[in-house]
Design a protein around this ligand. Structure first.
Ligand code: ADP
Length: 582
């Protein structure tokens, strides 16, 4: 029996005896119906009861100390599971904090939904000044794949279905879902309410490429003298590992992985040209991009880093990505799994071959670079350098290939990427498309929560600061996260000088900072390591113990270059005092 119309006031329906539901319950029911198992969030007005109810109904709730970190966790969960990660935030400031992560997720093409409570619409729209008043829907729009608002309690199911599908289908991205407090508190008949919910059918439909588009790509690859495949994090996300590997191995094509695609095929695979990357890009005449964009991370496909005559094949689910930087000679629009299925079907045996001269050229450069790196790795200077600490980490982590690596910083990022090779798909999460700082603890928490596997978060000391308070979250949930700080006492490096007085320079952090003591405040275990041997000992013990651990690696303050390997993007126009501007 229906006794209350949707949204009717609680006083009106209280007199009846029928079963009722409200916005809170409908949100939780809709999420559960669509297999949302975890919510990452930070409670407050008006969503505290929503989190409580979700937990009571069996959705795992992970509570953070800052919404950006909760959002980054949701984004990483989306990337790892190929299901939208859900983040829950309070209105205005909490929403804005979460929006940073939602925008970053959109930029990285990770599926994520941020659900935020918001204040009274009629007050917001007339700007009358409500508690945490903000027109959140419009604020979100420029930064996300889509933004929706649910204005009636009976639309909650539709709103959630729409948000989840938009996040996951086509090119994945971040979706904002605004739910005003009044809608959460609205009551309706439970039976009618249940009818408003739906389970998504085929939320991320396959997108098959046209056969002629596949043939065009195959013919181009077959005509190449110096072919190359570039694997990006879209290829890792697609979870088409076996198909990609099979195509690469049957054709013999050399490949270069982007940083988060490392491990899709093991970095020590004989066809990996990762250790001859510069030469491979500079000389390849036909390049097949697989879930990788020709953005700044690939120098926009331009000379001198690239062969100016290179022809590009691009495998991507997003048709608008084509020609964004270079003309794409063979666009292959579709989902990566389907594209590789059709590629395998339509490539004739022996049709694509790799000239021996190209293989040999790449192999020789690779051997040279590996030898150079081996020398760097063998050196053991004091005070400890990035390479020494990272080699120690690499050797311990190699024993446990199921370990997830999270990595951010400038030098800590660049050097770890080349020192620590990966052997398992999707086990490296890093600063991504924006090269952003602040993802560290959020990504680490999500990797631990979603997989239960050990996580080693390798953090520059500056990068760690953006999310460091989440050490408490890691300890509260007893997560197997080992945070390793590359502590050189500064942003980039720790030896910058203020020419005027003794106030710290803009890039200076505390030289004697004891991050290891921080984690002990929350019951975790801290180590301080000043040599690679100490790093090895601490990490070995930490891996065996499994619990929350932080290892503070004391690195030479003069180690590191400004802006890491993207110093060329950092204009230098001034001379300060006697500081040499390089
Ligand atoms: P990287 O930074 O590793 O080079 P990008 O983030 O630039 O990678 O590129 C990822 C690309 O992958 C995006 O253009 C996105 O549209 C695409 N993508 C994501 N998922 C899929 C999929 N399942 N099938 C095809 N393309 C995908």
């Amino acid at each position: 029996m229906t006794i209350a119309s949707p949204g009717e006031s609680s006083a009106a329906v209280a007199e009846s005896t029928a079963e009722l539901t409200d916005g809170y319950h409908l949100v939780v029911d809709a999420l559960k119906m669509n297999d949302v198992e975890t919510i990452y969030g930070l409670v407050g007005i008006p969503i505290t009861d929503l989190a409580r109810l979700a937990q009571a109904r069996g959705i795992r709730y992970i509570g953070f100390r800052h919404e950006s970190n909760a959002g980054h966790a949701a984004a990483a969960a989306g990337y790892l599971t190929k299901k939208p990660g859900v983040c829950l935030t309070v209105s205005a400031p909490g929403f804005l904090n979460g929006l940073v992560a939602l925008a970053n997720a959109t930029t990285n093409c990770f599926p994520m939904v941020q659900i935020s409570g918001s204040s009274e619409r009629h007050i917001v729209d007339l700007q009358q000044g409500d508690y945490e008043e903000m027109d959140q829907l419009n604020a979100a729009k420029p930064f996300v794949k889509a933004a929706y608002r649910v204005s009636r309690v009976e639309d909650i199911g539709r709103g959630i279905a729409r948000a989840l599908r938009t996040a996951i289908s086509g090119r994945p991205g971040g979706v904002y879902l605004d739910i005003p407090a009044a809608v959460l508190g609205s009551i309706m008949d439970a039976e009618e309410g249940a009818k408003t919910l739906s389970r998504l059918v085929d939320p991320a439909p396959r997108q098959l490429p046209a056969p002629e588009a596949v043939d065009r790509a195959i013919e181009l690859l077959a005509s190449a003298e110096r072919p190359l495949v570039v694997l990006g994090k879209g290829a890792a996300y697609a979870q088409a590992d076996d198909r990609i590997r099979e195509f690469i191995e049957t054709t013999g094509l050399p490949y270069v992985p982007m940083s988060m695609a490392k491990g899709l095929l093991p970095d020590d695979h004989p066809q990996s040209a990762g250790t001859a990357r510069s030469l491979a890009l500079k000389k390849a005449d036909v390049v097949m991009l697989v879930g990788a964009r020709l953005n700044w991370l690939l120098n926009h496909g331009e000379a001198p880093q690239w062969n100016p005559d290179a022809k590009f094949i691009q495998v991507d689910i997003e048709p608008r990505e084509m020609d964004s930087n270079q003309p794409i000679a063979a666009p292959l629009v579709g989902d990566i799994e389907s594209v590789f299925e059709v590629l395998a079907e339509r490539t004739k045996p022996g049709q694509i071959t790799v000239p021996a001269a190209w293989r040999e050229e790449l192999g020789a450069r690779s051997a040279q670079n590996v030898a150079k790196m081996a020398k760097r790795l063998a050196a053991d200077p004091h005070p400890m350098q990035f390479v020494g600490a990272l080699k120690a980490i690499r050797d311990v982590v190699h024993e446990r290939p199921e370990t997830y690596i999270v990595n951010e910083g400038a030098n800590a990022l660049d050097i770890a990427r080349s020192v620590i090779d990966m052997h398992v798909p999707r086990h490296r999460l890093d600063s991504g498309t924006w090269g952003v700082m602040g993802i560290g603890m959020g990504y680490a928490i999500a990797a631990a929560v979603e997989t239960g596997a050990p996580v080693v978060a390798i953090e520059g000391d500056s990068a760690f600061g953006f999310s460091g308070m989440e050490l408490e979250t890691i300890c509260r949930y007893k997560l197997p996260v080992i945070t390793v700080i590359m502590n050189n006492g500064g942003v980039y490096r720790g030896d910058d000088v203020n020419p005027r007085d003794d106030a710290p320079s803009p890039t200076t952090l505390m030289a004697e900072a004891r991050h290891d003591v921080m984690i002990e405040a929350f019951g975790g275990k801290g180590y301080r390591a000043t040599t690679p041997a100490e790093v090895t000992a601490a990490l070995t013990e930490a891996m065996a113990a499994g619990g929350p651990v932080l290892i503070d690696c004391v690195i030479d303050p003069s180690a590191g270059t400004e802006s890491g390997n993207i110093g060329h993007l950092n204009p230098k126009g001034i001379t300060v005092g006697n500081i040499t501007v390089k």
